[in-house]
Design a protein. Structure first.
Length: 464
């Protein structure tokens, strides 16, 4: 349905999103969507994924529904669209009854181009609200942060697992799904869950070349000391750093150990005080409240939906529960495009306390999902498999960038000299060496790491 590509309003195209034309690799995604195809896009943070669905929504007649996991994400994107004079809104539980009625009235009149909402909104108790959404018959359903379909759809937020059902009730419009982190196996599970197995899949290289990747084998009882040495790096004192821990208990122990070493680092977790206290700590980290907190210990409950551009260092106490989680968390670093580092501690084994802790947490999550026996076994095996994949990534003696790129089926990563160096090589027939240090990973830079030590290497990376 909708207008053919030949009838598109190119004036509107240029007025709203001319910048997308400079992103040549995004145009095939936009054109696929405008031709009526469902798409799944795996592309790194900051690569223009948002434009890839906002642009078709603006150009195509009718409404586009955007399924988003967080209220903060909805609010930010709607504000950005309104600033561009694009009619957009969101509906969530924070709105009064009167405000909801006003927004539904705008929808009924066709005055809204993009509607943001959580998957739970399709299953609210209000029969009237469900009926109003069903009547909209959108041109597109967008699933932002599509990895949530796989990671949450069977336990934490089951409504994500029912989006196929939602799509059918809305007239089966094309689905535009976007994520920064979904490996080959997860991509297939997302497509199956959404009922779009025939979708066109675009996998961009997920490499973030400005982030140095450092896997560091270290016993658990020595990690606090290593982390303290990293946080004490002089180049980091005016910059931001995040330390991810697998549980509140590990976070408490690390906080106490760092305090004994003279570092007072706040800990953020989902059970921290009330909502106000958690928000206040977030504001301190963002520099919006005093005293500022440039360094923070956190569980993975922290950071989703936050865009903090100047995080220079991300530390993992241990590996994450999946490669997707690992990449999502280390991707908090260097969002401004400047040099940053990610340090991941591991015990060098496929067994041990780190792995046991993750398997125990997986078992608790699956148990809480209350699914039938066979499904439960399959869920647990999948989570065990994901843990093993990260463990293998931590222990592999090869370039970590290449291993990650292969996992996500992106282009093979190869180091390439700058254009000026290549021109000099061609002109003079000599191998001119670039003097500036170009960080990669612990495998490619092992000589530099051996010479400087871990903290020295990180300091050099951050210094640029």
């Amino acid at each position: 349905s909708g207008r053919p590509a030949a009838a598109l309003n190119w004036g509107r195209f240029k007025r709203h999103f001319w910048g997308v034309l400079s992103r040549h690799r995004q145009l095939p995604i936009v054109l696929a969507a405008l031709s009526g195809k469902s798409v799944l896009v795996v592309s790194p943070t900051g690569s223009g994924k948002t434009l890839c669905f906002q642009l078709p929504a603006v150009l195509r007649g009718g409404l586009t529904m955007v399924v988003s996991p967080l209220k903060t994400l909805m609010s930010e994107q709607v504000s950005d669209l309104l600033a561009k004079k694009v009619p957009a809104t969101f509906i969530n539980s924070d709105l009064s009854v009167d405000e909801k009625q006003t927004r539904f009235s705008l929808l009924r009149r066709g005055a809204i181009k993009l509607l943001y909402l959580a998957p739970e909104r399709f299953f609210v108790r209000s029969e009237d609200e469900r009926a109003r959404l069903k009547q909209t018959k959108p041109s597109f359903i967008v699933v932002d942060e599509a990895h949530c379909v796989d990671q949450w759809g069977r336990d934490f937020r089951r409504e994500y697992g029912r989006l196929r059902e939602v799509r059918e009730k809305l007239g089966a419009p094309p689905v535009l799904a976007f994520t920064a982190t979904a490996g080959r196996e997860m991509q297939q599970r997302i497509l199956k869950s959404l009922g779009i197995e025939d979708a066109e899949v675009f996998v961009r290289d997920v490499d973030r070349p400005n982030i140095a990747l450092l896997r560091w084998r270290c016993a658990a009882d020595q990690r606090a000391g290593e982390i303290a040495s990293l946080l004490a790096v002089p180049q980091l004192q005016e910059e931001k750093a995040m330390v991810f821990v697998p549980s509140t208990k590990v976070g408490d122990d690390l906080q106490a150990a760092l305090r004994d070493l003279g570092l007072d680092v706040p800990l953020y977790h989902s059970k921290l005080g009330g909502a106000w206290e958690r928000q206040e700590l977030v504001k301190r980290f963002l520099g919006q409240s005093k005293p500022p907190a440039n360094r923070i210990i956190c569980t993975n409950a922290f950071g989703m939906g936050l865009d903090v551009p100047n995080v220079r260092l991300v530390i993992h106490w241990q590996q994450s529960a999946s490669v997707e989680d690992q990449l999502q968390e280390l991707g908090r670093a260097g969002r401004d495009g400047k040099a940053a580092a990610a340090v991941m501690f591991h015990n060098g084994s496929s067994v041990g306390r780190d792995i046991s802790r993750l398997r125990f947490m997986a078992e608790k999550t699956v148990e809480a999902a209350h699914v039938p026996g066979l499904d439960r076994e399959q869920m647990l095996e999948q989570r065990y498999h994901q843990i093993d994949q990260v463990s293998e990534l931590m222990r592999t003696r090869s370039c970590m960038r290449a291993a990650i790129s292969d996992y996500f089926q992106g282009p093979k990563y190869t180091r390439r000299p700058s254009l000026s160096i290549r021109i000099l090589n061609w002109a003079f027939g000599t191998q001119t060496k670039s003097r500036r240090f170009q960080a990669c990973c612990d495998h490619c830079d092992k000589a530099e790491i051996k010479r400087r030590g871990m903290a020295g290497y990180v300091a050099q990376v951050i210094a640029g």
